[in-house]
Design a protein around this ligand. Structure first.
Ligand SMILES: O=c1ccn([C@@H]2O[C@H](COP(=O)(O)OP(=O)(O)O[C@H]3OC[C@@H](O)[C@H](O)[C@H]3O)[C@@H](O)[C@H]2O)c(=O)[nH]1
Length: 402
């Protein structure tokens, strides 16, 4: 019976383990038979010897299994720096399985910190952080920040929120809840455990700006009842909450106003201009330009943003900081409502106080992103699923998160 169990275990293992299990079982079987053939051996002795043999076989199999799993675990992860207890921080990243969050997760893990990633997987994806699953410094929690969270941490990077216009407009109430109740919950957590919180705010707090370029002192020009208000106003009130908690409760806060960012792990259906244009170009479809196409933005590659976020978190600056491309045809579509016409950050503050500025040239970043989307398309084609770029319109009829 035991032999059969061992052999059937072997079927689920690698071939080498299978053969090892098989040969150990064979040895036991032969030994068993030789004992049977040797008529003068007592029956008790036979039972003792056989069970010893079987235990030996199980141990061998377990040892092979264990050494295999240890080997794969130690090989599986990207290299992680060793940090002493004193330098190692317990860090929470909300939205840590999303586009920016997962790159931040990579950096902080490789820097040697202990990470808890919280995500409700509305726009985030497990596959963005799956390469860390099982690592002793990493924990992934499926949790919505709209619900309170009770854990012990030293720093909180609060990134949870849909960020692409079609995504945040898809369920405006949910976007508002995430940015208001979600931010209140995370500030409450920061207050309770004495953690520092960095809010991922946005250039959208400037709305359709009347000054150009925008520095951090500009109060913005937002339509409070327009289709983008759920995000713009949600982030504005999130900033207000940060400073209320700082003044009233002494919570340490950092506020990054993030401008247009692109790179790998953007969702195929993200809907922002860079991913849309790349996807359309790769699929030989017309590039969709909303309105005249004369709108302007400042773009940064995701690795630059992530470096800026970490610098800001560990700086002593509590006030907001600004952190900051075929031959396809072009299809002009109607203008998106309240679409900011001109946007460019004034990043003198970040340069002067953090020593930060983007270093990845646009062309290099775009090349990396194009390669990423080509691989994604190949992967999707193999899975018989061809995604379509998402337009900045609200979708109806799909179940929504509450
Ligand atoms: O297919 C498209 C997509 C977008 N666009 C245009 O390209 C410009 C950029 O649009 P995106 O959707 O990429 O991004 P937006 O600048 O509107 O918002 C972004 O800004 C800053 C971030 O913090 C936010 O996450 C995101 O909302 C807009 O003028 C938009 O109308 C197109 O012309 N065609």
């Amino acid at each position: 019976m035991m032999d059969i169990v061992l052999i059937s275990c072997g079927k689920n293992l690698l071939m080498s383990q299978y053969f090892l299990s098989l040969s150990v079982c064979l040895i036991i079987f032969l030994r068993n038979r030789s004992i049977q053939e040797n008529g003068d051996v007592k029956i008790e002795q036979k039972i003792d010897e056989v069970s010893f043999g079987k235990i030996f076989a199980i141990c061998c199999t377990l040892m092979v299994l264990k050494s295999h799993s240890l080997k794969t675990f130690s090989q599986k992860y990207p290299p992680v720096k060793f940090l002493s207890e004193k330098d190692r921080k317990r860090i929470l990243i909300t939205g840590g399985a999303g586009f920016v969050g997962s790159h931040l997760t990579d950096k902080l893990m490789m820097d040697g910190h202990e990470l808890t990633v919280v995500d409700n997987f509305f726009t985030g994806r497990k596959r963005n952080v799956e390469h860390w699953i099982g690592h002793e410094n990493f924990e992934l929690i499926n949790h919505d920040v709209v619900e309170p969270l009770y854990i012990e941490v030293d720093q909180i990077y609060h990134l949870a929120s849909p960020a692409s216009p079609p995504n945040y407009m898809y369920n405006p109430i949910k976007t508002l809840k995430t940015n208001t109740i979600g931010t209140l919950n995370m500030l409450g957590l920061a207050k309770r455990v004495g953690a520092r919180l960095l809010l991922a705010s946005t250039s959208e707090v400037y709305g359709d700006p009347e000054v150009h370029p925008q520095n951090e002192d500009y109060w913005g020009h937002v339509n409070p009842i327009g289709p983008r208000a759920c995000y713009d106003e949600g982030k504005r009130v999130a900033e207000t909450m940060c400073y209320a908690y700082m003044k009233q409760e002494g919570v340490e806060v950092r506020v990054a106003r993030i401008f247009n960012t692109f790179g790998s792990r953007m969702h195929m259906n993200d809907g922002r201009v860079v991913s849309n244009f790349i996807l359309q170009a790769l699929q030989g479809e017309p590039l969709t330009v909303y309105g005249t196409g004369s709108q302007t933005r400042a773009f940064q590659y995701v690795s630059d943003l992530v470096n800026g976020l970490v610098l800001l978190m560990n700086s002593n600056i509590s006030s907001p900081v600004n952190l900051v491309m075929s031959r396809s045809q072009i299809q002009f579509l109607s203008e998106a409502q309240d679409d900011p016409q001109r946007r460019r950050p004034d990043i003198r503050k970040a340069k002067m106080m953090l020593g930060w500025e983007p270093v990845v040239p646009l062309e290099e970043g775009l090349n990396k992103t194009i390669q990423y989307f080509s691989r994604e398309l190949e992967h999707q084609a193999n899975n018989q699923y061809i995604p379509k770029p998402k337009a900045a319109r609200m979708k109806k009829g799909r179940p929504r998160h509450n």
